[in-house]
Write a protein that binds this ligand. Sequence first.
Ligand code: GLU
Length: 288
Amino acid sequence: MPAGRFAPSPSGDLHLGNLRTAILAWWFARSTGRPFLVRVEDLDRQRSRPEFEASQLADLAALGLAWEEPVVRQSERDPLYAAALERLTAEGLTFECFCTRREIAEAVSAPHAPPGSYPGTCRDLDEAERAARRAERAPALRLRARERAWTIRDALHGDVTGHVDDLVLRRGDGAHAYNLAVVVDDADQGVDQVVRGDDLLHAAPAQAYLTHELGVAPPTYAHVSLALNAEGRRLAKRDGPVTLRDLSPERAWDLIGASLGVGATSPEALLDELDLASLPREPWVVSL
Ligand code: GLU
């Protein structure tokens, strides 16, 4: 069944901005008749901690949010990512890349490509060249993109067209890349509505394109505005009492509800009070 989701990375406590995104992800799903899923994005083994996964899920429950079980973890889904890569590779849609970060930074990007885009260095190496390079370094696997621009539909931003890079799908050390995992997971879980912070808006066109290349219709998106501190920087734990370690769920609801222009203090009340047209498009400057 088509679904919506919230997909936190368990690398810290959820702060007010993250909690608000979670509440909005729940609202988008339920107000459109979709089940709501939670996925633990613990692909980054260095930064992810089981105790943060536990506290994040407990925080969502404390806000009254309910989700479908089971909660899936990216760290347990490598075979799925590998299978998707195999399919893309069989279709000629990947290539081995031997470039270092520095080589990419120093190379001249293709005309019209944004700065930092992959310059295409390894796209057309022949088998002999690849064999020679493999002896020096384990290659990353990149997407052989067939389009350079893709348009997504976003409930808050309208149609957004962005650059499609030859994304890294698997790093040289064998780790699957976030861009692959997020796309494969959403496709596998039937997620057709992606709600998340607008810091990821720039990544959405290439992710939607990759979804398309996997033979799945790209989701619709809603990139919601971020929470900022008084200085206009992205809210962080050091800004004060911004997590449920220091705030009661009631206080968090008061603040988040006010930021959305509603008095709702529960998910159900939000279904009655919130509507898409009045959702704020501007960042939420949190004053405590
Ligand atoms: N795991 C990402 C984060 O916590 C969100 C990715 C997504 O929602 O697609 O920033």
